[in-house]
Design a protein around this ligand. Structure first.
Ligand code: DI6
Ligand code: FE
Length: 409
């Protein structure tokens, strides 16, 4: 039977991100799409002669990659912290800013005060900016509500923003991000609330796809993180962890112990933590935007992660404090320049491995059966996506089989 595609893309070089060859490259390739799925991938000369299509697109030598996946963001929040950025550069210290109610506290205040409409309106441009660069799947965390109602409100806003912009979303409950003012000095009581009330509420309402925590000397202890993870798993939700960002608290190994989808940041992760991640199949999510903004000097242990075969993803960490970034393409460059990933590793980090960090296996590669999320780029080689500092060579985006024209941010 001759295949009849809904959309047939020809004249494209394909970075399929499958197999062992760099980028899974197929020169002069074609992509057949049926409904929301990729139905056929290969060299154009191998396309069945009698293949027909309702719609055809000649890519004129563009490169096609899988739709990009930003697997770690906190992009739903109100207000911003440009004032703190400015204060730091004119002599204030982090401690002074925190004492004056700044930092995460400031964003929690603004987010709680915003109506649902305001929260969605404030967040939409950030997701639209990511989408304009070919992001077709995004993860969005809560963590600026810090009570059950506001955490759930943030998760619901994340779903709404994603539907508005047309990006597929996975939401993550990050109630264990900071201790809210109401629980100052009583972090264990707050964790009680998170385990007893917030996780069950978010899970029961179907608002969360995973649970995350900030395990750090300035966040929650490993013991508190364990309690959060146990509650998450008891409610059927997989876990992820902000691990070893500022110090080695054994976060990576703790994440692995709970079969976490990912452990994120990892600047201070030890060899034992990496070995545990390798055994558990936990993805390492690298966040060069936060590393850069904090002017960190200790890079994550990329060589050791590579040696152990731990899959590495790359994400924006879009948040108002430590990574006010809305460009995943810029993160590709920074992952190579700051962390020494190869362009092939970086591109896998925003496609195949990023999907895996979300526990999704139907995207992140160009292969038959995968969701038809595809980006066409005006580039001469895939490495060009990592080489540029700024700019957007995107030419077209296919989201779940539907071709949308290139949109400017
Ligand atoms: N790690 C961070 O660096 C950010 N959150 C986290 O878990 C900080 C977020 C903020 O400052 O608003
Ligand atoms: Fe983060």
């Amino acid at each position: 039977m001759s295949p009849a595609f809904d959309l047939l893309i020809t004249g494209a070089h394909l970075a399929t991100m499958t197999g062992d060859a760099p980028y899974g490259e197929i020169r002069d390739g074609a992509l057949g799409i049926s409904g929301e799925r990729i139905a056929w991938v290969g060299a154009q000369r191998d396309l069945p002669r009698d293949a027909s299509a309702h719609r055809r697109l000649d890519a004129h030598g563009a490169w096609a990659t899988p739709g990009l996946v930003d697997c770690h963001t906190h992009l739903v929040y109100a207000g911003n912290r440009a004032n703190e950025f400015e204060a730091l550069l004119t002599g204030a210290t982090y401690a002074e800013i925190a004492q004056a109610g700044g930092g995460i506290k400031a964003t929690v205040g603004a987010t709680r005060a915003a109506s649902d409409e305001e929260l969605v309106a404030a967040s939409r441009p950030r997701l639209a900016a990511l989408a304009s660069e070919g992001v077709t799947t995004v993860e969005i965390k809560s963590g600026y509500g810090l009570d059950t109602a506001n955490e759930c409100r943030q998760l619901a806003a994340a779903r709404r923003v994603a539907a508005d912009v047309g990006v597929d979303v996975r939401t993550t409950l990050l109630a264990a991000h900071a201790v809210p003012a109401e629980f100052a000095g009583r972090p264990d009581d707050y964790i009680d609330l998170v385990c007893r009330e917030t996780i069950p509420a978010a899970a029961g309402a179907g608002l969360a796809d995973a649970v995350d925590a900030f395990c750090e000397t300035i966040g929650f202890t490993p013991a508190q993180t364990r309690r959060v993870f146990a509650a998450a798993l008891a409610h059927g939700l997989p876990v992820k962890l902000h691990a070893d960002q500022l110090s080695d608290t054994g976060g990576a190994a703790l994440a692995a112990e709970f079969d976490a989808l990912s452990a994120d940041h990892l600047e201070y992760t030890s060899e034992a933590g990496i070995a545990a991640m390798a055994r558990a199949g936990t993805v390492a999510v690298l966040l060069p935007g936060a590393f850069y903004a904090l002017r960190e000097t200790r890079a994550p242990p990329v060589a050791a992660l590579r040696a152990r075969g731990v899959p590495m993803a790359v994400a924006t960490d879009c948040n108002p404090g430590t990574s006010p970034a809305t460009s995943l393409l810029l993160m590709l460059n920074m992952a190579c320049t700051l962390f020494r990933l190869t362009p092939g590793e970086a591109l896998a980090g925003v496609t195949r491995h990023a999907a895996r960090a979300l526990g999704i296996n139907d995207r992140g590669t160009l292969a038959a059966g995968q969701r038809a999320d595809i980006v066409l780029w005006d580039i001469a080689s895939p490495a060009e996506l990592c080489y540029r500092i700024g700019g957007n060579p995107g030419r077209g985006i296919v989201r779940a089989g539907r071709l949308s024209e290139r949109r400017e941010p």
